[in-house]
Every structure is written in structure tokens, then in C-alpha cells.
Design a protein around this ligand. Structure first.
Ligand code: DCP
Ligand code: MG
Length: 385
């Protein structure tokens, strides 16, 4: 929708898209880098190009964070145990993650997005939603904007990205996955419902492996199956995700692209110079972290119900333990007490740790939209049940 201002120039209105906006019809691009960590390693080490590469640790407890498309041909996937990946692909080449480099690329692509719209919502280091309804540079179509962005990412980072272009976030994200790697997929409003009907629900953002199992137990495997269930039945079985799924099955998603997502947690973590396994040393470190984090909580005037303790082993496997109260954590002593109780459950440790973190979440007044999206790196598998 456009209107004419006094200077006679046509431009889109920022907020009121009238009827189309109310129906959730916007122009959304979802951009997602291809095999992100692995592609960065192949870019920076040309010998790795064209070969099966995994980013992660090869050790017994190691996990694959990212797999190059050459590795995927053997069945290697993110979150797979490294030992299994090596069985599937004995020539698999492992590289350790270099988060600083990934963060730098993430900054570069974000700067490119912001050249086309201020409405950029990052989901993780390598993906973001863009609302380009307003077409602020007068490029003419969302598809063209997506093409320009993909070309610039390639030119400026030496990496490829895939993009989905559609009328809402839900479909744009599914579309970006459709023609990976280095692909573009456009789903128009008239095509949305049919597109969704044909997809397995496990591809829906927010449906993790457990969610997919639950839906399968109800006989729901595809978008078309989902559509046969009414809202009441979904509410009975899927809790807070029901409304989202009900609309999703119809190709509808009313969520806005939110450039500044509310803060979801306040926390802090510490990486050790030497790996630690001694209980008393860990407890001392926890006290230091409590001091730092509680300072941040006070500064942010945050109030939250959930305390999460994170421990990362030297092979990067991570353990988390969380406890939630029915009300906000009252003070520093209670916060510390909960942290120590969580640590107590994990002691003695089977192997030393290199990092400890403590976080306060379920912040009062800041409960996020569904589905809950991890804004943190690396995304991991989202699960809403
Ligand atoms: N990542 C991770 N652990 C996971 C999943 C992902 O550490 N369980 C990291 C490594 C990935 C990056 O996040 O490179 C981006 O995740 P994606 O799900 O977008 O996967 P890729 O970019 O690797 O591949 P694709 O081409 O399928 O997007
Ligand atoms: Mg990706």
C-alpha cells in the first residue's frame, strides 16, 4: 500500500499496511547461511573445499556443530555424535570452531541487511528475518531485494546464503530451506497453504524432535494432517504452541519481525584458564559469577523465575540444569542458593569443566512470543515442549 505525500513522492507507510497488514500479509525475507561454520572453514582453508568437513571436536564425546554439504552426502548432520559421523564418513575432516570469525561474518551480513531495512530480527549468528514491506530503497520487489542481498553476501564474505521470500515469517523460514544451498524460493500468498500442507511438521520452526513425536502420536505428520485438527484439540495436546500451529497449518502467521526483541535473560559466564573439576573451586567460582550476574540483574531491574546453571566440558559438550520458582527470585542470597543447589546436583563431576555460567530467565513482563526463538548462538534444535 502506498500513499502520496505532499512532495508527490510515492512511498510505503511504515506501520499501517491496512487490510493486508491486518491479515498478516507482509513482505518477509528469511536469510540463512549455508553450512555456516563449515563454509567459513572451507573459505579460509582452500584445501578443505569440495571435501567433507565437520566443525566440532572429533573426540569420543565430541559433537558435530556444522557439516559441509559434502559431509551431508554421507548422512553427517549437526548435533550428531562425532564418533557416529566418522563411522558414516571415515574421511571426514574435523576443525575446531572459531566463534570470533563466525561472529565477524555475522556482523558483516547484518550490516548488509540493514542497508535494505531497519526491520531485521536475527535468530542466530547465521540467520535473520527481514521485513521489507516498505521497500525503502525503491527496489521494486522483495524477490529482487533477496537476490541483491545474496549477491552482496557472496561478494563481501565469500560465502553463500539461501533466502526465502514470502508474506510471513513462518513461510519465509520454510522457504529459505527449500532450495539450499545457495538457493532462493519465493512463496506467494496464494501458494502458502498448499506449500505448508505438503511439508512434514518436523520442519516447522518450533517443532523439535519431541514435538514431532507428540504430533506423530496424534497421527499428525504433515501440514495437511495438522489442518484436520481443530483449535480445541490442538490446545488440549500442544499447550501454548496450539494457536501458532493452528494458524501455521493454514499458512497464516501474525508474528511481526521484531528488530529489538525483549531481553529474555540476564546472565554471565566464565571460561577457565585450566579445566576445573574440584567441587570447592567450582563453588568459589560460582560465588564470583553470582556477584557479577546479580549486579547485572539489579542494573537491568530484571525479575525472573528461572535460574540456569551451565557447565561446559573441555570437549565443548555442555550440561545445563535449571530450576524455576512460581514467583521471581527474591534476592541475591536466593539466587546464589539456587545456583549452588543446581551445582550440588552435578557434583562430583565425571570430567573437568572449562566454562561455568549462571542465568536468570523467565523474566517477568518479558515472556517472548511463541515460538520461542533462541537469539543466542549457536541455535541448536529448538523445542517447545
Ligand atoms: N549449530 C550448532 N549446533 C547445532 C546446530 C547449528 O552449533 N545443533 C551452528 C553451526 C551451524 C550454525 O549454527 O553452522 C547455523 O546453523 P544452521 O541450522 O543454519 O545450519 P548450517 O548453517 O550449518 O546449515 P544449513 O545450510 O542447513 O543452514
Ligand atoms: Mg544456516
Amino acid at each position: 500500500m502506498s500513499r502520496r505525500d505532499e512532495a508527490g513522492e510515492a512511498h510505503d507507510s511504515e506501520d499501517g499496511d491496512g487490510e493486508a497488514g491486518a491479515l498478516g500479509l507482509r513482505k518477509i525475507i528469511h536469510v540463512d547461511m549455508d553450512a555456516f561454520f563449515a563454509s567459513v572453514e572451507q573459505r579460509d582453508e582452500p584445501d578443505l573445499r569440495g571435501r567433507p568437513v565437520a566443525v566440532g571436536f572429533a573426540g569420543e564425546r565430541g559433537v558435530v556443530a556444522a557439516a559441509s554439504y559434502e559431509a551431508r552426502a554421507f548422512g553427517v548432520r549437526s548435533a550428531m555424535a562425532s564418533a557416529k559421523a566418522l563411522r558414516l564418513c571415515p574421511e571426514l575432516i574435523f576443525r575446531k570452531p572459531r566463534f570470533d570469525v563466525y561472529r565477524e561474518v555475522s556482523r558483516q551480513i547484518r550490516a548488509i541487511f540493514l542497508d535494505y531495512t531497519p526491520h531485521v530480527e536475527p535468530l542466530s549468528l547465521d540467520e535473520a528475518y527481514l521485513d521489507v514491506t516498505a521497500d525503502m530503497r525503491g527496489i521494486g520487489s522483495a524477490t529482487r531485494i533477496a537476490e541483491l542481498i545474496r549477491a552482496r553476501i557472496r561478494a563481501e564474505t565469500g560465502l553463500t546464503a539461501s533466502a526465502g521470500v514470502s508474506y510471513n515469517k513462518f513461510i519465509a523460514k520454510l522457504a529459505s530451506d527449500q532450495n539450499k544451498p545457495d538457493g532462493l524460493c519465493v512463496i506467494r500468498p496464494s501458494e502458502g497453504a498448499a506449500f505448508v500442507a505438503g511439508l512434514p511438521v518436523k520442519r516447522f520452526h518450533g517443532v523439535g524432535p519431541k514435538g514431532a513425536e507428540k504430533l506423530a502420536a496424534l497421527g499428525i505428520h504433515t501440514g495437511a494432517d495438522l489442518r484436520t485438527h481443530d483449535l480445541a484439540s490442538l490446545r488440549a495436546h500442544c499447550g501454548s504452541l496450539a494457536d501458532y500451529l493452528y494458524r501455521a497449518a493454514r499458512g497464516i502467521d501474525l508474528r511481526q519481525v521484531r528488530a529489538d526483541r525483549p531481553r529474555k535473560s540476564v546472565g554471565g559466564e566464565r571460561t577457565f584458564h585450566h579445566d576445573i573439576s574440584s567441587g570447592p573451586t567450582l563453588r568459589e567460582t560460582l560465588d564470583t559469577i553470582v556477584e557479577i550476574v546479580w549486579g547485572r540483574i539489579e542494573q537491568a531491574r530484571a525479575q525472573g523465575r528461572t535460574v540456569t546453571l551451565k557447565l561446559r566440558h573441555s570437549d565443548f559438550t555442555t550440561l545445563t540444569r535449571a530450576r524455576s520458582l512460581p514467583r521471581a527470585v527474591a534476592d541475591k542470597a536466593e539466587f546464589a542458593g539456587l545456583g549452588h543447589a543446581l551445582l550440588g546436583e552435578l557434583l562430583p563431576l565425571p570430567q573437568p569443566v572449562r566454562l561455568m555460567g549462571l542465568t536468570l530467565s523467565s523474566l517477568i513482563g518479558e515472556e517472548p512470543d511463541k515460538p520461542e526463538i533462541s537469539a543466542a548462538e549457536p541455535a541448536g534444535q529448538l523445542s517447545l515442549w
